[in-house]
Write a protein that binds this ligand. Structure first.
Ligand SMILES: Nc1ncnc2c1ncn2[C@@H]1O[C@H](COP(=O)(O)OP(=O)(O)OP(=O)(O)O)[C@@H](O)[C@H]1O
Ligand SMILES: [Mg+2]
Length: 386
């Protein structure tokens, strides 16, 4: 389980360290940084797949994603006596992301390339990376470290160094795979790669989830829901069939799910009371389809190590929020779940019986903060030094 997530200089997250629980609900007003937190987690996962540089480029490159405020916010500015002003930089530009789970920690530090050396001025360089044992990075807990293109791996009481073993734009987590020399790197990479992110899955008329497709056994629903019918059929065959039926009945009383199979092609169908025939994927309403997508994602027979849901309540009728909360709570008994949500009903349903930890984000001079978190009451965290 991930205990702690740390982000620095990513959009409005100037410096944030949050504690995550088995089930964590992230909420806050518009523009407080909920989506940024979600995206920061996804960037971390991308770095294990070596997609972080491309993901940052899609967001407009490092300069656009970097915290746009001043490097430090002085007391006078906080008190409102002075306007916010740019100051001369004391430290290098650094966008940093990291997390610590039960036994391993990881951090990555992106910086700007040297001007004039390359035309790709928007591509971030990976300046530092570190993997350590236990909750906090210390010289004694460090297991592997990367500085520029140089890799250093703990080898008993000494260190093995590997010059030029990772490209300047690549993550060591994705590039260096030696199960003998660095088993922790591999372990961590596999963990991070298994994280799943579900964000505004399309339900419009041309949505992938509405297409009839060739079905293969699908224990985990794809990010875009394209394999919905196969994922539901997989739950029917090797998953919790009773929970699936109960969840459909709780949301649409009297209705039953059917997977239409013609040859190798699968289609989601729903038999509803009052209908002479079941309705196919192209005929289901947006909200109905979305609920089926959540059912497939949350009842997955092989849940990932971390499941992150962005605004799952979108386009659901308030009456569906309770069954959705039950689905989320039951999957949180099997894996770690982070839910970013606006919906008071969903948050109340999830946090009601103390099953979930709630993180309320607030904006302070453009900077995202955790409501009620004092300067020193976040989990201990140490970034790798440049
Ligand atoms: N580079 C940047 N530096 C500082 N702040 C930024 C930067 N880029 C975006 N922001 C601000 O970060 C804030 C958080 O955006 P985010 O999308 O995370 O909000 P949100 O909590 O998801 O809001 P909503 O509820 O509207 O979806 C916004 O106010 C945005 O203007
Ligand atoms: Mg948002």
């Amino acid at each position: 389980m991930i205990r702690c997530l740390a982000v620095e200089n990513y959009r409005s997250l100037r410096s944030l360290v949050v504690e995550l629980d088995q089930l964590t609900v992230v909420t806050g007003a518009n523009g407080t940084g909920k989506s940024s937190l979600y995206r920061a987690l996804r960037l971390l996962a991308d770095s294990a797949r070596n997609g972080a540089v491309a993901a940052l480029a899609r967001e407009g490159g490092l300069p656009s994603t970097l915290w746009a405020g001043p490097e430090t916010i002085g007391k006078a500015v906080r008190a409102g006596d002075h306007p916010v002003q740019g100051t001369v930089r004391r430290g290098p530009v650094a966008l940093r992301l990291g997390f610590a789970d039960d036994d391993l920690g990881y951090a990555i530090d992106f910086g700007l390339p040297q001007p004039a050396l390359s035309a790709f001025q928007l591509d971030p360089l990976v300046k530092r990376e570190a993997v350590w044992a236990g909750p906090v990075l210390r010289p004694a807990t460090l297991l592997a470290e990367r500085a520029g293109t140089m890799l250093r791996i703990r080898d008993g009481r000494s260190w093995s160094t590997f010059p030029d073993s990772v490209g300047p734009f690549d993550s060591m987590l994705s590039e260096y795979t030696d199960p003998q020399r660095a088993p922790e790197l591999l372990t961590l990479r596999e963990r991070v790669r298994s994280w799943r992110f579900y964000d505004q899955i399309r339900t419009d008329q041309r949505a992938p989830a509405r297409q009839i497709r060739i079905g293969t056994r699908t224990p985990v629903l794809a990010h875009d829901g394209a394999d919905l019918a196969a994922a539901l059929q997989t739950i029917l065959e090797i998953g919790d069939q009773a929970a699936l039926a109960a969840s459909i009945d709780a949301a649409f009383p009297g209705s039953a799910l059917e997977i239409g199979i013609e040859g190798t092609r699968f289609e989601v169908r729903l038999r509803q009371p009052g209908m002479l025939r079941s309705l196919g994927a192209a005929e289901l309403s947006d909200g109905t389809l979305r609920y089926l997508l959540w059912t497939a994602a949350l009842l997955s027979p092989r849940l990932p190590a971390l499941l992150v849901l962005n605004e799952p309540e979108t386009s659901l009728h308030p009456e569906l929020v309770r069954p959705l909360a039950d689905l989320i709570a039951s999957s949180a008994e099997r894996t770690q779940v982070v839910v970013v949500s606006h919906s008071r009903a969903l948050i109340d349903a999830l946090t009601g019986d103390d099953k979930a930890t709630r993180i309320e984000l607030v904006k302070d001079l453009g900077e995202t903060k955790v409501e009620g978190q004092g300067r020193f009451d976040h989990p201990p965290w140490q970034w790798p030094k440049r």
